[in-house]
Design a protein around this ligand. Structure first.
Ligand code: ATP
Ligand code: ZN
Length: 286
């Protein structure tokens, strides 16, 4: 039987859609309509296991799955000796200390002797230890944000993205202690065959992730401004320059990093570029 790389994905939650999208963008086809427990891809030697995110690190550690996608927070909290093969960049969030609006907060020291509720005792404890703060940590698996109002804790340490949940519970975010994004984790001792499949997957993944950071731009430019434009859109080794019928003009095509894109666009306008076309890039490999 053909060897397949088993990848654990969150069945439903904040990581699910993006994880599946990333894999689809890698040109891997699968149905995933039902998200049954297990399914095989149609055109790549990979098999999906849909699980609760909390279970993914231990399954990858035990070898039930070979690789998985989880929040870095979950990986660091559970602390299994796994390999992080890629930071995937999505599902960005932070673990923050939040306290009741009425409490005065002057840094982690304010938590000395206090009770803190969290689902991330390991990460929190590490941070408190670094700051030389002694507090009682209560591990709670859900609805951490209600614990101060029912008198169970003085402060909480929880995942935040917008902060709306905190506000509606009369809490204020006072200190981010940790930031997380989704990561791809791997069993540390994959055999050569599986490592080979993983490498093929990573080649595709890198092409997809890199492409997401860049734009492809095309424009016409008075020839006299070519040098100036080349210096602005530096970073790209060689824009493609094609002559136009009007010999005072050229057509330029190049790839520019998303971060420089708006700057570049403004400068191009100043330099009388015309017919500027911008397209996203689907895949990009060196
Ligand atoms: P499951 O049913 O799989 O256990 P869950 O409720 O524990 O799901 P989600 O809320 O879907 O998990 O979050 C999964 C991951 O998404 C988190 O571990 C974290 O890495 C990330 N995440 C991103 N933004 C947020 C947020 N605002 N709140 C919580 N987690 C977030
Ligand atoms: Zn979970």
């Amino acid at each position: 039987m053909e060897t397949r790389l088993k990848i654990a994905l969150q069945k439903s939650g904040r990581l699910s859609e993006k994880s599946l999208e990333l894999i689809r963008d890698c040109g891997i086809h699968f149905s995933s309509n039902s998200r049954v427990l297990k399914e095989a891809a149609e055109n790549f030697p990979i098999e999906f296991l849909y699980l609760r995110d909390d279970d993914i690190p231990s399954y990858v550690y035990d070898g039930v799955a070979d690789i998985g996608i989880v929040g870095r927070n979950e990986h660091d909290e559970q602390n299994f000796p796994l390999e992080i093969v890629r930071d995937l960049g999505f599902a960005k969030c932070r673990l923050s200390i939040a306290v009741p609006n009425s409490m005065e907060y002057e840094g982690l020291k304010s938590l000395d002797g206090k009770r803190i509720a969290t689902s991330y005792p390991t990460i929190l404890q590490k941070k408190l230890k670094e700051a030389n703060v002694q507090a009682r940590i209560y591990e709670i698996s859900g609805s951490v944000e209600i614990t101060p109002s029912i008198g169970v804790a003085d402060a909480i340490c929880d995942l935040v993205s917008t902060g709306a949940t905190l506000v509606s519970n009369g809490l204020k975010e006072v200190e981010p202690i940790y930031t997380s994004t989704a990561v791809m984790i791997a069993h540390p001792g994959l055999d050569d065959l599986k490592r080979g499949i993983l490498d093929r997957l990573l080649l595709r993944l890198d092409a997809v992730m890199k492409a997401a950071d860049y734009k492809y731009i095309m424009f016409n430019l008075p020839k006299e401004h070519l040098d100036e434009v080349a210096s602005i859109i530096g970073g790209m080794k060689s824009p493609t320059v094609t002559p136009l019928l009007d010999e005072n003009w050229v057509s330029v095509q190049t790839v520019v990093h998303e971060q420089r894109f708006w700057d570049a666009l403004e400068k191009l306008k100043e330099l009388k570029a015309m017919g500027i076309l911008v397209t996203s890039i689907e895949k990009m490999a060196d």
